[in-house]
Ligand binder design. Structure first.
Ligand code: NOJ
Length: 567
């Protein structure tokens, strides 16, 4: 099991924490999807002033850092992951001055800020892409992106038959300045998200400038979007989609860096350069990679000479089951020890069905992901909401007790469910529009938060909400849970406070539980964590009860419950 230096001693003050270069190793990081968090100016879209106004809430919640999803100018073709300008704030949600005030308020409250950086692609409205279109084939402007001539007699066929992540072809044909159909550009995601050419030095320099720009403005760390996609090899004969798919299945992913656009070895040269920049700050800026790669290759992203940490999505993908959770935790800690990073634990984010809902849906197979419930919200009638919430709370107390950093997604502290049955007319996600009848998209976890139980948009703002909130949101509001004993919000607050006190070394020791569906482990200092994944109650082990995810009955630990004990 991983052992590293003792960290986060219980008596560390928030001032010490802010200066500690290791602050990220066991941080609780709260993801804010800015347009759905809090709307201060009442235009229906969450904004930076809304976040600033909620800093007291975040402080009371007890998180160490906020990860802010993209807040840059954007036409929102992909929820802000289509960036028009990397060094500005979207006027729809604020100004650079609002940003500075937000950072100051967070720092004042002892909370770090992690900004989302989207380096694989810009938006098609980015000045460089517009210049590339007008400058024409062969120009230095076009070289910042990935343009190719098409196949076929008149270049009418895309250079390859690859399919974009959101469905449809991965290439889009442009109209040249002379009005004729011309070259094609590559977009791994939506057509509004052209991929950068990372072999171009200007692209590299420009991102270094961006990272410096935000670091100088007080950003403490970065979340790197699609970190495994930046470098490509499009030379020579390119494989077809079928060839790529066949190889993927045969080898369980590409483990040798030979995929033309995913997880190529050269990508780490970029991160080595970024690391030098990060380390020139005091404390060094941190980075966490979003890299969906073969488990054996994740450590390269998390390496201290690279980004320093990488998301581990295995817990998010695991069924609610003792053996699966134990395997994931063990593997994650081993991998973290190999890379020198700390592990990350995630159940929910803006891309997947909220875990309270996932755990209440019947488990069925999805043709692409193998996990139907990962992407399918489910109508409310299909979801066993009570079971889902109970399991989610148990899973969260398991997660928050693990060594490493916990990434939490806005609203999960309310036990909020996915809005699985949004009307099609309200949906915004490109994965819905590009897969008609197949994918419902990710809007269901992005519905604006309910702060109060009544009023316009449940306290989100005075001007309604940009995605419709269902009536049942009233029962999950902050107002209805604040100071309510046993509420999910109060459980998160208690857990995050206790975690700060209890967390020391990044180490755990598995205990014998005596039941197949019960996991038990101990952290240094006598912090014992027991999760009953089954349905039947089991005897409660000895010790002082610090916190439980559901009400305990006398001396038993009910099903789908986690308890924290002190020995
Ligand atoms: C991963 C982000 O989490 C997701 O929301 C986005 O659509 C893609 N990257 C493309 O940027």
């Amino acid at each position: 099991m991983s052992v590293t230096s003792p960290l986060r001693p219980a008596d560390q003050t928030s001032v010490d924490r802010m200066a500690d270069p290791n602050w990220w190793r066991q941080a609780a990081v709260y993801q804010i999807y800015p347009r759905s968090f809090a709307d201060a100016n009442g235009d229906g879209i969450g904004d930076l002033q809304g976040i600033t106004a909620k800093v007291p809430y975040l402080r009371e919640l007890g998180v160490d850092a906020v990860w802010l999803s993209p807040f840059y100018p954007s036409a929102l073709a992909d929820g802000g992951y289509d960036v028009d300008d990397y060094r500005d704030v979207d006027p729809k949600i604020g100004t650079l001055e609002d940003f500075d005030r937000m950072v100051a308020a967070l720092h004042e409250a002892g909370i770090k800020l992690i900004a989302d950086i989207v380096p694989n692609h810009s938006s098609n409205r980015h000045a460089w892409f517009q210049e590339a279109l007008t400058a024409g084939p062969g120009s230095p402007e076009r070289d910042r992106y990935i343009f190719r001539d098409g196949r076929g007699e008149h270049g009418e066929l895309p250079p390859t038959d690859w399919e974009s992540v959101f469905g449809g072809p991965m290439w889009h044909r442009v109209t040249e300045p002379d009005g004729q159909p011309g070259q094609w550009y590559l977009h791994i995601f939506a057509p509004e998200q052209p991929d950068f050419n990372w072999q171009n030095r200007q692209v590299r320099e420009d991102f270094l400038t961006t990272l410096r720009f935000w670091s100088d403005r007080g950003v403490d760390g970065f979340r790197i979007d699609v970190a495994h996609g930046l470098t490509k090899n499009l030379e020579g004969a390119l494989p077809t989609k079928a060839e790529l798919d066949a190889r993927k299945h045969a080898t369980d992913g590409f483990v040798d860096g030979s995929h033309p656009y995913w997880d190529r070895d050269e990508v780490h040269e970029i991160y080595a350069e970024w690391r030098k920049l990060f380390d020139s700050y005091d404390p060094p800026r941190t980075a966490v990679a979003e890299a969906w790669v073969h488990a054996d290759r994740l450590a390269r992203y998390a390496h201290p000479e690279g980004l320093g940490q990488a998301f581990n999505f295995d817990l998010l993908l695991a069924d609610f089951d003792a053996a699966s959770f134990r395997e994931v935790a063990t593997k994650g800690l081993d991998e973290a020890a190999r890379s020198g990073a700390s592990s990350t634990w995630v159940f929910s984010n803006h891309d997947v069905v909220r875990h309270a809902t996932r755990y209440g849906l019947p488990v069925t197979e999805h043709p692409h992901t193998g996990k139907d419930w990962l992407l399918r919200g489910g109508a409310r009638s299909e979801v066993d909401t009570e079971l889902g919430e109970r399991r989610a709370r148990a899973a969260t107390l398991f997660q928050l007790a693990l060594p490493g950093s916990a990434y939490l997604y806005q609203g999960e502290e309310l036990g909020l469910h996915e809005v699985g049955d949004l009307p099609d007319s309200a949906r915004q996600d490109p994965s819905f529009y590009r897969n008609p009848g197949k994918e419902i998209g990710r809007d269901g976890c992005r519905v604006p938060l309910p702060w109060s139980s009544q009023g316009p948009s449940f306290g989100f703002g005075d001007g309604g909400a940009h995605l419709p909130q269902p009536a049942w949101f009233a029962d999950y509001s902050v107002q209805s849970q604040d100071s309510t004993a046993g509420s999910t919000l109060e459980m998160y607050r208690a857990a995050l406070k206790l975690r700060r006190e209890l967390q020391t070394e990044e180490r755990l020791h598995w205990l014998v539980s005596g039941h197949e569906q019960v996991l038990s482990f101990e952290r240094p200092g006598g912090w014992v964590v027991v999760t009953n994944f089954g349905n039947e109650p089991v005897d409660l082990p000895a010790g002082e009860v610090l916190l439980a995810s559901s009400e305990l009955n006398e001396a038993t630990l009910p099903g789908a419950t986690t308890v924290w004990l002190r020995h």
